[in-house]
Design a protein around this ligand. Structure first.
Ligand SMILES: *[C@@H]1O[C@H](CO)[C@@H](O)[C@H](O)[C@H]1NC(C)=O
Ligand SMILES: *[C@@H]1O[C@H](CO)[C@@H](O)[C@H](O)[C@H]1NC(C)=O
Ligand SMILES: *[C@@H]1O[C@H](CO)[C@@H](O)[C@H](O)[C@H]1NC(C)=O
Ligand SMILES: *[C@@H]1O[C@H](CO)[C@@H](O)[C@H](O)[C@H]1NC(C)=O
Ligand SMILES: *[C@@H]1O[C@H](CO)[C@@H](O)[C@H](O)[C@H]1NC(C)=O
Ligand SMILES: *[C@@H]1O[C@H](CO)[C@@H](O)[C@H](O)[C@H]1NC(C)=O
Length: 378
C-alpha cells in the first residue's frame, strides 16, 4: 500500500519535472525520499496538458506556477486538498474551454495557501460563449468559476477574472481568508450576462476582501451565512450591490453576524445597500454595518431591505431578525425613476437600527415601506 502510494507520487513528480517549462530550480535526478519529504521545489505547468499534471503533482510542489494554461472543456483545474503552506501563481492568460456544465472551472482548498495572480495575468472564462440572458436559471448550463472552499488562514491575491460564465468566487467553509486586490471584469456581459455574482460567501468565519474591483450583472458580494466579514476599499459597477443574503437558503446556517462594508464606491448598481431574507425562513442577521459608501447612477434602489425574497412582494415575513443594522455616511444618487430607500420588514423583525449621515437622493421616496424601525425613515 505504502509502496504503491510512493510510486504514484514519484511518477507524478517525474511527470511534473519533465513538463516544467522553464524549471526554476534545476532538478538533479531526485531520490524518492527527497521527492516526498522535501517540498522546497517549484513546479511550472503550462499549455494544454498542464492542468492534468498540475492536479496530479499538487502534493509534491510547494510552489505551483500555472503559466498560460489552456484548460480543456468540462474539467476542473483541480487544486483541492493542497498541502499546508503551498503557493499557487497564475501567469499569463489562463483560458477555460467552453463546455455546458456546472463547473467549477478552478478549485482550491487547504491551509495557509496563497493563490496569487502575477502582474498582467488573467483567468478568462470566455463568458461570451455562454451568455444567453438566462444565467443560472435557464438556457445553456454555465460553470461557476473559482471555488475556494475549505480554506483556512489563506490568501487570494491579485487575481484577475475576465468574462465569467456565471458566479465568480465561491467562498464556502473558509476561516481567516484574505482576498486582496482581486478584479472581476464581466463588463462585456452587460447585455446578456446574468447571475455573474462576484463573491458568494457561505459558512465563513473571518473573511477580509480589500481592494476588489467588480464589473458584473448580479451581486457584487452576497453573504448568505457567516460572521466576522469585512469588505473594504471596493468598487462595484453594474451589479446588484453589497448584499446580505439571501438569508434562509437550505445550504447555509442562516446566521449572518458582524459584517462591515466600508470605504467603497458603487456605480450603476441595481441597488447599492441590500439585505434580503427569504420568505418564510428563520434566521439571524445581526451587526451589519455600511460605512463611507458612495453611490451613483443606481437603477432600482439606493438602499433596500426586503423580507419577502422568493415570496410575495409586499408580504414580508418575520422569521429572520435584522438587528443592529448600522449605516454611517452612506451617500449619493440614484436615477430619477429609482427609489431612494425601500424597507419591507416583517412585523417586529427589524430592530435597533442606527443610521447616521445617510443621504440618498435623485429618485423617488417610497410610500410603501413597512414595519420601519423607530428612528429610521424611507
Ligand atoms: C505559511 O506558508 C508560508 C509559505 O507560503 C510559510 O513561510 C509560513 O511559515 C507558513 N505559516 C505557518 C503559520 O505555517
Ligand atoms: C485570453 O484568451 C482569450 C481566449 O483566447 C482571449 O479572448 C482573450 O483576449 C485573452 N486575454 C488576454 C488578456 O490576453
Ligand atoms: C479549517 O479549520 C476548521 C475549524 O478549525 C476545521 O474544522 C477544518 O477542518 C479546517 N480545514 C482544513 C482544510 O483543514
Ligand atoms: C467583527 O469582525 C471583525 C473582522 O471583520 C473583527 O476584527 C472583530 O473582532 C469582530 N467583532 C467581534 C465582536 O467579534
Ligand atoms: C420557523 O420557526 C417557527 C417557530 O419556531 C417554526 O414553526 C417554523 O416551522 C420554522 N420555519 C422553518 C422554515 O424552519
Ligand atoms: C464619507 O464617505 C466619503 C466616501 O463616500 C468619504 O470621502 C468621506 O471622507 C466620509 N466622511 C467622513 C466624515 O468619514
Amino acid at each position: 500500500m505504502m509502496m504503491q502510494h510512493l510510486a504514484t507520487v514519484f511518477a507524478a513528480f517525474a511527470v511534473a519535472s519533465a513538463l516544467a517549462t522553464p524549471a526554476p530550480v534545476p532538478t538533479p535526478a531526485p531520490r524518492l525520499e527527497d521527492a516526498v519529504a522535501r517540498r522546497a521545489n517549484s513546479c511550472t505547468f503550462s499549455g494544454s496538458d498542464g492542468h492534468a499534471s498540475a492536479s496530479s503533482s499538487k502534493a509534491v510542489c510547494s510552489t505551483i506556477v500555472l503559466s498560460a494554461l489552456n484548460v480543456p472543456a468540462g474539467v476542473t483545474l483541480d487544486l483541492d486538498g493542497l498541502n499546508d503552506d503551498t503557493t499557487v501563481v497564475f501567469e499569463g492568460n489562463t483560458t477555460f474551454a467552453y463546455s455546458a456544465w456546472a463547473g467549477p472551472l478552478f478549485a482550491v482548498s487547504g491551509n495557509n495557501i496563497t493563490v496569487r495572480g502575477a502582474e498582467g495575468s488573467t483567468l478568462d472564462g470566455q463568458g461570451a460563449l455562454y451568455w444567453d440572458g438566462k444565467g443560472g436559471s435557464g438556457g445553456v448550463t454555465k460553470p461557476k468559476f473559482f471555488r475556494a472552499n475549505h480554506m483556512n488562514d489563506s490568501i487570494l491575491d491579485s487575481i484577475t477574472i475576465h468574462n465569467a460564465p456565471r458566479n465568480s468566487f465561491s467562498l464556502n467553509f473558509v476561516n481567516n481568508l484574505l482576498v486582496k486586490d482581486v478584479t472581476i471584469d464581466d463588463s462585456a456581459g452587460d447585455a446578456l450576462g446574468k447571475n455573474t455574482d462576484g463573491f458568494n460567501i457561505n459558512n465563513a468565519d473571518g473573511v477580509t476582501i480589500t481592494g476588489a474591483k467588480v464589473w458584473n450583472q448580479d451581486d457584487c458580494v452576497a453573504i448568505n451565512s457567516g460572521k466576522n466579514i469585512l469588505f473594504t476599499n471596493g468598487f462595484c459597477s453594474g451589479g446588484h450591490g453589497l448584499s446580505i443574503g439571501s438569508v434562509g437558503g437550505q445550504d447555509n446556517d442562516n446566521v449572518v453576524r458582524n459584517v462591515t462594508f466600508s470605504d467603497s464606491v458603487m456605480e450603476k448598481s441595481q441597488q447599492s445597500v441590500r439585505i434580503k431574507t427569504i420568505s418564510g425562513a428563520n434566521g439571524t442577521v445581526d451587526g451589519i454595518t455600511y460605512r463611507n459608501i458612495a453611490m451613483s447612477g443606481g437603477t432600482d434602489y439606493g438602499i433596500i431591505v426586503m423580507q419577502s425574497y422568493n415570496g410575495v412582494d409586499g408580504q414580508p415575513t418575520n422569521g429572520v431578525s435584522v438587528t443592529n443594522f448600522v449605516l454611517q455616511n452612506v451617500t449619493g444618487t440614484v436615477e430619477s425613476d429609482a427609489v431612494n430607500t425601500y424597507i419591507e420588514c416583517g412585523e417586529g423583525s427589524c430592530r435597533d437600527w442606527t443610521w447616521t449621515d445617510v443621504s440618498v437622493n435623485g429618485g423617488r421616496t417610497s410610500a410603501d415601506c413597512m414595519n420601519v424601525p423607530s428612528g429610521i425613515s424611507c
